[in-house]
Design a protein around this ligand. Structure first.
Ligand code: PA5
Length: 436
């Protein structure tokens, strides 16, 4: 089967047809609010039109800049935090070699990509500066507000390193800024210094921005066919607009997670058996966490990487408090990357698996775990993807974005703001000013 398909059979013991029927009405109300742009945060719905409203000039400029960055850099540093980096990191990890940053430029065919400005660790920044000392590098600093402290601190530091290395003019050719169209400190710095600039549209929030230049420029540097991702996203925008819950798997997912939440199951674990989904799970956590966690409400989004985490979190999931449900991303294609060799003396007793694809073994772990978890009282949904390709990943992005918006409306919150994030910032700024 092609594309993405939701399997809800693992929720049958926990969710009734009557509950789904009753929830359908609320989902459709949320759908109507989204379509008529009449719900909370209605001014932040630009992400819905992104895949179809492509700016061809911008796409051309992104590709040109990516090619320039590839030529001028051993290392490309993407500076940003939250929605300003997670999407790009997630997609690049999905499509690149597991040991990408350890390969040579010639093996990779593009610069090493390092994400920075997503923490305030002195060790991280110091080590980065030391690492860059003998490398040719360029920077893409991404911040919609243009004033977030983590990327700002990193940008100031690396901008000076660039200026010392290449002079003011040379540095200018290596700094790419992605920010607001007309306001903000970063915007002003970019204009004043004539840095190459890309715009995050006003009506798109950070966590919904992966298909804007925020995600597209880093993807292009990593040689990812981002137009295929946009095609998949465009198809998904059409597919997941159907008013029928039966036909619209995105809405069915939103419905079931809300039913479970109302039944006291308030933690969602997004799980994958493929380690390269690690940052996709981080992207998901941010998308749902910042969108739904408001007014003392919200499903707590968590993530697990299997089978690794079966050896750390498995016990808790299997037998802990029954307030967890699991959504598993399952990649169906058997890739035959590597099979287990046969050993003549079979001293490790594994010959019964000899010749088997490691992905096949992983698949049995997946099937066995789903059964154990469902039997143990953990409702389970499976998002089956036939293959990890650009088109499917585009579809998956919209699946989660749309489900998140609909879920937020069903929950009764504004899924497009993040007022709670300000609290720590205010305290931190007060403390930093006091210290001065
Ligand atoms: O989703 C969001 O809005 C946030 O996670 C932001 O992306 C994050 O706080 C970074 O903000 P900015 O891009 O303004 O630096």
């Amino acid at each position: 089967m092609q594309g993405i398909h939701l399997d809800i059979s693992g929720t049958e013991n926990f969710v009734t047809n009557e509950e789904i029927k009753a929830m359908e009405e609320e989902i459709l109300k949320a759908h109507d609010m989204l379509q008529s742009k009449s719900g909370k945060g209605k001014e932040m719905l630009g992400w819905m039109d992104l895949p179809s409203n492509r700016d061809e000039d911008e796409i051309k400029r992104i590709k040109e800049c990516a090619s320039r960055i590839q030529k001028q850099s051993d290392v490309f540093v993407v500076i940003g935090i939250g929605g300003s980096y997670l999407g790009a990191k997630a997609i690049i990890d999905l499509f690149s070699n597991t040991f990408n940053n350890m390969l040579t430029y010639n093996q990779r065919k593009y610069p090493q990509i390092i994400f920075a400005g997503n923490n305030l660790s002195g060790k991280y920044l110091r080590n980065l500066v030391e690492y860059l000392e003998d490398k040719d590098f360029s920077i893409n600093v991404i911040s919609k507000s243009g004033k977030t402290l983590e990327p700002a601190v990193t940008f100031r530091t690396l901008r000076l390193v660039l200026e010392e290395k290449y002079g003011i003019r040379g540095a200018c050719e290596r700094i790419y800024v992605t920010t607001d169209k007309e306001k903000g400190i970063l915007h002003d710095i970019a204009v004043k210094n004539e840095y190459e600039m890309f715009v995050i549209p006003n009506d798109i929030g950070g966590r919904y921005s992966v298909l804007t230049p925020v995600g597209l420029l880093p993807m292009a540097v990593a040689n990812i066919e981002f137009e295929d991702i946009l095609d998949g996203a465009q198809f998904a925008s059409y597919l997941y607009n159907d008013r029928s819950l039966e036909l619209n798997e995105c809405y069915m997912y939103a419905a079931i997670r809300n039913i479970l939440y109302r039944n006291g199951v308030n933690i969602e674990l997004l799980a994958s058996y493929e380690p390269s989904f690690k940052y996709f799970i981080e992207w998901f956590k941010q998308l749902f966490g910042e969108s739904e966690g408001k007014e003392n409400k919200g499903i707590f989004p968590a993530g697990v990487n299997y089978t690794t985490d079966l050896h750390s979190m498995g016990q808790m999931i299997q037998e802990g408090r029954r307030n967890i449900f699991e959504t598993v991303i399952n990649v169906e294609k058997d890739r035959s990357f590597i099979t287990l060799p046969e050993l003549e003396n079979d001293d490790d007793g594994l010959n019964y698996l000899a010749g088997k694809d490691i992905d096949f073994i992983n698949k049995q772990a997946f099937l066995g775990t789903v059964k154990a978890h469902v039997d143990g009282g953990v409702p389970n949904m499976i998002i089956n993807i036939d293959d990890i390709n650009e088109y499917n990943v585009g579809q998956l992005i919209v699946f989660f974005e749309k489900a998140c918006a609909i879920s937020g409306y069903v929950l009764g919150v504004n899924p497009f703001d993040q007022p709670g994030v300000e609290a720590y910032k205010t305290n931190m700024m007060d403390l930093l000013r006091k210290e001065n």
